[in-house]
Design a protein around this ligand. Structure first.
Ligand code: SF4
Ligand code: SF4
Length: 282
């Protein structure tokens, strides 16, 4: 693996907000992506009252080569989890919450109803909080997506993660067209919900492929976009093929803006939930 360039060096300091979050998480037996993945943005996000919760367990039924989540036997659904997430959001006074999950191909609805229950529970306790759900593809099940849109989250996000040519290599159980189709259905089910996606650079994609992906997303009606640098969790994961210079991220942002996305965050440290509230003017 190449040496990390200077622009990717960022110290993670544990601020008081992080200690507060960790205390509440352990008391309520919850997981956040922020802490689990030791996200480099946690200081900024917690200060901006944003956090990302992971529901439906920590074992995924898929095995993407870029991802650090464990692939293993899925856990039983905890029916009290939506209320506990809602309680954590209330206690932390979050302005923007992202709810995501591992992929649960073992469940008939892919976990969609659990997502919907979590959105409703958060709305009940924190009506002013913007709620984004970052969902798996539900294996393309239209009814599953409808369960989520009926709960009326502020944003529905589904990450494309990479360009079409790399799907077999890095997302073997996913399907590029199925993911696009899922994004394309959101507005038809509820036009007031904002649709969002994200992908990483540095997995081995070409510029033409990236531009094509952005075009496909716009055709699917996707409004909000995040682009960040892929960082390999270990030597056993898909290697980083390139540390993309910040200027190239700026170039992609300009291209994406010209394609008509209403909000684009494109920089090495951008993650799908980074500065998420800004997309809504929060
Ligand atoms: S970018 Fe997302 S995962 Fe990282 S700290 Fe912010 S909210 Fe958490
Ligand atoms: S489906 Fe999602 S959580 Fe599961 S391995 Fe792939 S990226 Fe990770």
């Amino acid at each position: 693996m190449q040496r990390k360039p200077d622009w990717l060096r960022k110290r993670i300091t544990a601020g008081p907000e992080r200690a507060e979050l960790e205390g509440i998480l352990s008391e309520l037996s919850l997981n956040t992506v922020c802490c689990e993945a030791q996200c480099p943005n946690c200081v900024e996000c917690f200060a901006a009252k944003t956090a990302t919760f992971m529901i439906l367990g920590t074992n995924c039924t898929r095995n993407c080569s870029f991802c650090n989540v464990t692939c293993g036997a899925p856990e039983a659904i905890d029916p009290a989890e939506p209320e506990r997430v809602a309680e954590a959001v209330r206690r932390l006074g979050l302005k923007y919450v992202v709810v995501t999950s591992v992929t649960r191909d073992d469940l008939p609805d892919g976990g969609a109803m659990h997502f919907a229950d979590t959105v409703r529970a958060i709305r009940e306790r924190s009506p002013m909080t913007a709620v984004e759900v970052l969902i798996p593809d539900f294996q393309g099940e239209k009814d599953a997506l409808a369960l989520v849109t009926e709960a009326w989250p502020t944003v529905i996000s589904h990450n494309m993660e990479t360009v079409e040519a790399l799907y077999d290599e890095v997302r073997p159980q996913a399907d590029y067209r199925r993911s696009l189709a899922l994004l394309g259905r959101i507005k038809g089910l509820n036009p007031t919900i904002r649709s969002k996606s994200g992908f990483m650079l540095g997995l081995g994609e070409t510029k033409e492929e990236v531009i094509e992906l952005m075009g496909d997303l716009r055709e699917a009606g996707c409004e909000l976009l995040t682009i960040g640098q892929y960082l390999a969790p270990s030597k056993g994961h898909h290697p980083v093929r390139e540390y993309v210079h910040p200027d190239i991220f700026d170039e992609y942002k300009n291209i994406a803006d010209a394609k008509g996305f209403s909000f684009v965050a494109s920089a090495p440290f951008v993650r799908s939930s980074y500065h998420a509230g800004e997309a809504l003017g929060l």
